[in-house]
Design a protein. Structure first.
Length: 272
C-alpha cells in the first residue's frame, strides 16, 4: 500500500465514530479503575511507587485514562485510512502507542528507585523534597515554551501529517507507527507528567488536571494560548509549593496526616 493510497482512503472510507466512542469508553473505564485502585494512597509529592509490577499495572491504566481521549482523533483517522484492511490494525496502532508509555513508566520507576537509594531521606518533604517539587514544576513550565515542545506538539496536533510521513504497511507497520506516535507524544507531555509526581502521582485530582492540560494543548484551536496557559499554571503551582504549600488546593502535604504517611523520601507508603 503506497503513501498515496491511505490519503485517497480518507475521502473514500467512512468515518469511524464507533472507534472514537469506544476509546473514550475505555478511558472512562480507566478513570474508574484508577480511582478504585488509588483510593486512599495519595501521600502527596513523591508518593512511593510500590513494586514494579503493581506500579506498571496502575501506570498503564492511568495512561489509557489520560491519553486515549486526546489520541482518539489520530486513531480514528488511521482507522479510516486502513478501513479496507480491517479493524484490527487500529488496535495494534493503539497498543504500540501504549507500549511507548509503558516503557516510559518502567524508566520512571527505575529513576525513582535509584533516587530513593542514592538520596535516602534527603528527599523527604521537610528537607529537599519541597524544593525538588517546586523545581520540577518550574522546569516543566519552562519546557512548555521551548522549540522542542513546539515540534513534538505539532506532530500530536497534525495526525494526517504524522501518518503520511511515517506510513508503514501491515501489523508490524501499525505497531511501529503507534510506538513512534507515542514517542512524539512522550516528548510533548513528559513535562506534564513530571509535575504529576511532584504533586502526587496517586491523586485522581492531579491526574485530572494534567489530563485536562494535555487535552487542551492537543485539541483546542488556540495552540499558543493553551501552551502558555499551561506554563503559567505550572509556574504558579511551583511558586505556591515553595512559598505557601497550604494554599495549593488538593495538595496532600507529606507528614501532615495523623498516621504520618508519606514522611519518607518517596512517601514511604505501604503498597502492594
Amino acid at each position: 500500500m503506497s503513501v498515496a493510497a491511505p490519503a485517497r482512503a480518507i475521502g473514500a472510507a467512512r468515518s469511524q465514530p464507533w472507534l472514537i466512542a469506544l476509546l473514550c469508553g475505555l478511558a472512562a473505564a480507566g478513570w474508574w479503575s484508577t480511582g478504585q485502585r488509588m483510593s486512599g494512597m495519595d501521600a502527596g509529592p513523591w508518593t512511593a511507587l510500590g513494586t514494579l509490577g503493581w506500579f506498571l499495572g496502575v501506570w498503564v491504566v492511568m495512561m489509557a485514562a489520560m491519553m486515549l481521549p486526546s489520541v482518539a482523533p489520530t486513531v480514528g483517522l488511521y482507522a479510516r485510512m486502513t478501513a479496507e484492511r480491517g479493524r484490527l490494525l487500529s488496535w495494534v496502532f493503539t497498543a504500540g502507542y501504549l507500549l511507548t508509555w509503558s516503557a516510559a513508566g518502567a524508566l520512571v520507576f527505575g529513576i525513582a528507585r535509584a533516587g530513593d537509594l542514592l538520596a535516602g531521606d534527603a528527599l523527604a518533604w521537610d528537607r529537599a523534597g519541597r524544593w525538588a517539587a517546586a523545581v520540577t514544576l518550574v522546569v516543566a513550565a519552562a519546557y512548555e515554551v521551548t522549540p522542542l515542545k513546539d515540534v513534538c506538539l505539532d506532530r500530536c496536533r497534525s495526525p494526517l501529517g504524522f501518518l503520511l510521513g511515517s506510513w508503514r504497511d501491515g501489523f508490524g507497520g501499525a505497531l511501529g507507527m503507534g510506538v513512534r506516535h507515542g514517542a512524539w507524544c512522550l516528548g510533548c507531555c513528559w513535562a506534564l507528567m513530571a509535575p504529576l509526581f511532584a504533586l502526587g502521582v496517586m491523586s485522581v485530582v492531579w491526574m485530572a488536571l494534567v489530563a485536562s492540560l494535555i487535552a487542551a494543548e492537543k485539541l483546542l484551536p488556540w495552540r499558543r494560548a493553551a501552551t502558555y496557559g499551561t506554563a503559567a499554571v505550572l509556574l504558579a503551582l511551583g511558586v505556591l509549593i515553595l512559598v505557601a504549600p497550604d494554599a495549593v488546593p488538593a495538595l496532600t502535604i507529606p507528614g501532615s496526616d495523623p498516621m504520618g504517611a508519606g514522611s519518607g523520601s518517596m512517601g514511604r507508603m505501604s503498597m502492594p
